[in-house]
Design a protein around this ligand. Structure first.
Ligand SMILES: Cc1cc2nc3c(=O)[nH]c(=O)nc-3n(C[C@H](O)[C@H](O)[C@H](O)COP(=O)(O)OP(=O)(O)OC[C@H]3O[C@@H](n4cnc5c(N)ncnc54)[C@H](O)[C@@H]3O)c2cc1C
Length: 464
């Protein structure tokens, strides 16, 4: 085998994408990932704009023995998208979105963000389920599942995947759908970045917006128990066209709608988005303020794209972050008690617990339909997130996350965790996330498509 250096020279001379080594003016910007904890320096960054460039980059990485990291949106908490001394395949330039409004389909590049997808699809009054923060990449989020505002109406992001173009570990460019390579298609919908580099995603679209309705109600910790007890029954009774999100232990932002005396105060936010008229929305949210008086509220029509960006400032690029998550069947009295004890103890204003409801259309898909690790029962994803601007606050809240999570464990459903929120992903945790049967099937499919585990910087499935 030629030396890595001579392989690298040959690659740099022939690569039709943009290859960067340390010292290149765009190197530092390109190697940065969302989680500021990770400051890794790849030997080469291959910024690709076509599937064949991705194929060339993978072939180079394998020939030269360089570890390969794949960066979609770069948002992963565990920083999987960048490696020290290896090859980073950077897909940020592959962010085009083509919408076919008649067929209600969008074909999106493997490096697109949800902001790219929302901007293009909303021009046609259409949307597909994405995440709650629009600078997140569509790739990592969809490949692990994908929970967002539209999950109740239309399922997970991966439930809406119609087909994908994939560059495999042996640099073939293949398609995966229910008809073509169905085993690969099954594995891509939940199995993460284990099976190849996805260069385009075709999604089903649904009529949404452009205006939708927001109701945000913020409760102080002194009324926290009452608010959460009310929320658990209220969320259960919401009509099918309204979905909810709980921001537990959230600090009130310095936003114009927040009275100055409450800015920075820790509390819980119950947020409802509904997709019919403002009058229907008013009726949907009315019981909230009657049950527990909020410190402040914001009830307004809002463009769908703005709803998707509402939490962007709570998770800016470069934040120092750590998190641990679990599934909860319900917000039981025990769960609410644990929240009551731990919510006041966070120190960074950016730390909080995004709590996602899994219900509605999420339940219409069978467990076996895709590789998604969660069970299709009504439940919550409870994510305890340390988000900090300084190392001191980060250290303190990383401990807060661990202690809070340990206290919540006895109330969790099983030992599984949503893979997109799995930071400490040793093999036992990965197996627990999928369950033994699904993991075994994923491992067999991995042995077919990536037998040498080329794509291992992820929530890793070992080839069977
Ligand atoms: C602030 C924040 C908010 C979040 N909100 C939500 C939310 O609302 N809902 C939700 O479901 N999740 C959410 N997540 C989790 C999110 O789904 C994961 O972090 C996801 O990995 C991000 O995808 P990415 O493409 O941006 O990440 P990257 O860091 O680029 O990649 C993550 C993983 O996917 C692989 N990968 C990336 N691109 C490709 C590709 N094109 N082909 C194959 N493999 C690829 C990488 O190798 C890596 O293993 C959030 C995360 C953060 C940090």
């Amino acid at each position: 085998m030629a030396s890595t250096e001579s392989e690298t020279r040959t690659f740099l001379a022939s690569f039709t994408g943009r290859a960067m080594k340390p010292g290149h003016p765009d190197y530092d910007r390109s190697r940065a990932v969302w989680n500021g904890v990770f400051d890794r320096k790849p030997a080469v960054i291959a910024a690709c704009t076509t599937a064949s460039e991705v194929a060339d980059a993978i072939a180079f990485g394998r020939r030269s023995g360089l570890e390969i990291a794949v960066r979609g949106g770069g948002h992963n908490y565990a920083g999987h998208a960048v490696c020290d001394g290896g090859l980073m395949i950077h897909l940020g330039g592959m962010n085009g979105v083509e919408v076919d409004s008649d067929r209600r389909r969008a074909v999106c590049g493997g490096g697109a963000t949800w902001a790219d997808v929302d901007a293009a699809t909303q021009q046609h009054g259409l949307a597909t389920p994405g995440g709650f923060i629009s600078h997140t990449g569509i790739a990592g989020l969809t490949l692990g599942g994908g929970v967002g505002w539209l999950t109740k109406l239309a399922g997970l992001s991966c439930d809406n995947l119609i087909s994908a173009e994939v560059v495999t570990a042996d640099s073939r460019i293949v398609r995966a759908s229910r008809e073509e390579n169905p085993d690969l298609f099954w594995a891509l919908r939940g199995g993460g970045g284990n099976y190849g580099v996805v260069t385009s995603f075709e999604f089903a679209l649904h009529p949404v917006g452009p205006l939708v309705n927001l109701g945000l109600f913020f409760f102080g910790l002194d009324r926290g128990t009452d608010a959460l007890r009310f929320a658990r029954d209220y969320v259960d009774r919401l009509p099918p066209y309204a979905s909810s999100f709980l921001g537990v232990a959230l600090s009130a932002p310095p936003a114009p709608f927040v009275p100055p005396e409450h800015q920075g105060r820790t509390g819980h936010a119950l947020v409802v988005a509904s997709f019919r008229s403002p009058e229907e929305h008013a009726r949907v949210v009315a019981p909230i303020r009657e049950a527990v008086p909020p410190l402040f509220e914001l009830v307004t029509p809002i463009p769908f794209v703005a709803l998707q960006q509402m939490f962007n400032d709570s998770a800016t690029w470069g934040t120092l972050a750590y998190e641990k998550a679990l599934y909860l069947d319900e917000l039981s009295d025990g769960v609410i008690e644990v929240i009551g004890e731990h919510a006041p103890k966070k120190v960074s204003p950016l730390s909080f617990c995004p709590t996602f409801s899994l219900d509605g259309a999420y339940l219409n898909v069978s467990d076996g339909d895709s590789a998604f690790g969660g069970t299709r029962v009504k439940s919550f994803v409870f994510n305890i997130g340390a988000h900090a601007p300084t190392p001191e606050l980060y250290q303190a809240d990383r401990e807060w996350v661990r202690t809070f999570w340990s206290a919540m464990r006895p109330h969790a459903r099983g030992s599984g965790c949503y893979v997109n929120f799995l930071v400490d992903s040793d093999e036992d945790r990965v197996k627990a996330a999928y369950g033994a049967e699904k993991y075994a099937r994923l491992a067999r499919i991995k042995a077919t498509w990536d037998p040498e585990n080329t794509f291992h910087r992820n929530v890793n499935i070992q080839p069977a």
